[in-house]
Design a protein around this ligand. Structure first.
Ligand code: ADP
Ligand code: MG
Length: 386
């Protein structure tokens, strides 16, 4: 497969194969811990085996020429102008990464790059962190930088926050950068301590189902949720609770002091964050003790909270969730990613996976009018040179 990509690169950019390098970064699926990563809370994602390939050859004239198998538009710019330009569309992701390297005084010299993505865009499997991390990792390698994977993840987060204007947390970049085969990462997003937990699923498989609804206004709603959390934190602090982030508040403490938050909408948002954090802890413990039924139950509770308290699900995700929950062999299911569309993640018994997909497809199409798409993925490795 990778050879084909190099051939395609050479058909676009010409030249010899020497000096052409291929990198890969996975997408990620979050098993539980949603909308907690920008609150210093816990998350539990796994890197996927599908992701983004990047074929690259450095240039010496300072120009970057970008092509993608996923978009028709080619993008070119000079390293003297690494600013966000709306018309550069998807090219802003790599450009944003390059501007971060420029800020760190890396000696950029230009490059030809061809991306091949296998992750659906805008579906909650983090194709943006995948293209960001593959680009950051490649330039760190090729320019002989010494940034660690964690530093690269932070660099990519800065790109999304400051260049693309999406106030996302660190989870996606972290999972894409540090993922481990057959493991999920239990991450404390406040101090970035993490533990790779074996994803021992026995007879169960992870099934990802895409609602195929584009997320639309997701970025602005995402930023709105984020400010609602900040408002909740502020009201708790003004009431005398000495915490720096919502993740620092345990559920018992929250229940004691919740009346400090007067606005019911803000209270519901905070309640989601606090209870979700607790669910991650319980889910990791359940997985470690082999209690998959409990793990699945917590996934469903997570979805309920995201639907009722955080209000980031919507018709398509809720329809998929309700249908999936009722399927035999499905012991847990929930929306994954930012929400407002995108994917669900489900735990389904091996022998039921086929009938699960068939039944869900038919029932979802009947209600929504178009089909979902399914992805079966193991937990894969983080970004790498191949
Ligand atoms: P998500 O991260 O959930 O997939 P985002 O909206 O955050 O959704 O990021 C998707 C965007 O990332 C795409 O619209 C595109 O601009 C960029 N992108 C991701 N993968 C690729 C790719 N293979 N080639 C070019 N651009 C890509
Ligand atoms: Mg994204």
């Amino acid at each position: 497969m990778e050879n084909q990509y190099v051939e395609k690169f050479l058909s676009i950019f010409e030249g010899e194969q020497q000096e052409v390098h291929t990198f890969f970064a996975p997408g990620r699926v979050n098993l539980i811990g949603e909308h907690t990563d920008y609150n210093g809370g816990f998350v539990f994602p796994a890197a996927l085996t599908i992701g983004t390939y990047m074929v690259i050859r450095l240039r010496e004239d300072g120009y970057f020429h970008l092509a993608s198998a996923n978009f028709e538009q080619r993008i070119s710019f000079h390293q003297s102008d690494l600013t966000f330009k709306k018309e550069d569309d998807w090219g802003n992701y790599p450009k944003g990464i390059l501007s971060q390297f420029e800020a760190l005084d890396f000696a950029l010299t230009g490059a030809d790059i061809y991306y091949i993505g296998h992750i659906p865009n805008g579906s909650g499997l983090s194709s943006s962190a995948s293209i960001g991390m593959v680009t950051a990792f490649a330039f760190n390698e090729l320019l002989k930088g010494s940034l660690s994977r964690v530093e690269l993840a932070k660099l990519c987060q800065r790109m999304e926050n400051h260049f693309m204007g999406v106030n996302s947390g660190i989870m996606d970049q972290f999972a894409v950068g540090l993922g481990k085969e057959d493991h999920a990462l239990f991450i404390n997003t406040h101090n970035l301590e993490f533990e790779a937990v074996p994803l021992t699923l026995g007879n169960y498989k992870i099934v990802i189902s895409n609602t195929n609804k584009r997320r639309g206004l997701a970025d602005s709603k995402y930023n709105e949720r984020r400010s609602q959390c900040e408002e909740g934190l502020k009201q708790l602090q003004e009431g005398g609770i000495q915490i720096e982030h919502l993740g620092a508040l345990g559920q018992d403490e929250f229940e004691k002091h919740q009346s400090l938050i007067k606005d019911l909408l803000i209270l519901a948002r905070v309640r989601h964050v606090i209870t979700e954090d607790e669910r991650v802890l319980k889910a990791v413990a359940a997985l470690k003790s082999g209690d998959l039924l409990q793990f699945g139950q917590l996934m469903c509770e997570s979805h309920d909270s995201l639907r009722d308290d955080y209000e980031v699900t919507g018709l398509e995700l809720d329809t998929l969730y309700t249908i999936q929950k009722a399927q035999s062999g499905c012991i847990g299911t929930r929306m994954t990613g930012a929400g407002f569309g995108g994917c669900t993640v489900s735990l389904v018994e091996d022998s039921h996976v086929e009938s699960f997909c068939q039944n869900v497809e038919a029932a979802y199409e009947k209600e929504i009018g178009y089909k979902p798409t399914f992805y079966l993925s193991e937990a894969g490795e983080g970004v790498k040179l191949i």
